[in-house]
Write a protein that binds this ligand. Structure first.
Ligand code: SAM
Length: 195
């Protein structure tokens, strides 16, 4: 477990809830470090998805135990009940806003009963570009709704948020309501800084 994941991404709230090994989908996995690598180090079976060829190539090299797919998260699909958990950290907020509620609904279908979603969401609604992101020459584009809208979308997708912290970057445990009389998936969400 890298310190980066344990301190930055709300991982502690999810870690103790997973069976070992768990099948975990890392949506918007980037180069696979620290999220996919930490999950693999913890004994989980990780599938990573990212839209960037370069990031997928890096992830395959840096996390040889993982399976990585280059795909748009807004388009990718998996069979029902494929995963014990889906993590989507600092990635959902880079998708067009219109694609996000549908993606959350699809994620729920990929979760097994009792599964979890850990996602970074928006805190304040904002869509726009920041030039010279992190001091580099590139601009970064974001699109996110406010925290209340994400709570509604998670709820409508079949997930209940319990409990929730008031911190901007805090974790919010999310419990999915039962479906078809079964124990449903569950999730935890983190709020990204608003624009
Ligand atoms: C800020 S990075 C986060 C990486 C990793 N989740 C983490 O927490 O370290 C955002 C990642 O989302 C990916 N991404 C952006 N839009 C995407 C999309 N539509 N489908 C899949 N990945 C996407 C980017 O390529 C980038 O690797």
């Amino acid at each position: 477990m890298s310190e980066g994941l344990s301190t930055r991404h709300g991982w502690p709230s999810l870690r103790t809830r997973l069976p070992i090994p768990a099948a975990v989908l890392d949506l918007g996995c980037g180069c696979g470090v620290p999220v996919a690598s930490s999950l693999a180090d913890a004994g989980h079976q990780v599938t990573g998805v990212d839209i960037s060829d370069v990031q997928i190539e890096r992830a395959r090299r840096l996390v040889p135990a993982g399976a990585f797919i280059r795909a748009d998260a807004a388009q990718v699909d998996f069979p029902p009940a494929s995963f014990d958990a889906v993590v989507c950290l600092y990635a959902l907020i880079h998708l067009p806003l219109d694609d996000q509620p549908g993606l959350l609904r699809r994620v729920v279908t990929w979760l097994r009963p009792g599964g979890w979603l850990l996602a970074t969401t928006g805190y304040r609604a904002w869509t726009g570009t920041e030039d010279n992101w992190l001091g580099g020459p590139a601009a970064m584009w974001w699109s996110h709704a406010d925290a209340g809208t994400y709570r509604s979308w998670l709820s409508e997708a079949g997930l209940d948020i319990t409990p929730r912290s008031s911190s901007r970057r805090a974790q919010a445990g999310t419990r999915c309501s039962g479906r078809s009389g079964r124990a449903g998936p569950a999730a935890t969400a983190t709020s990204a800084p608003g624009g």
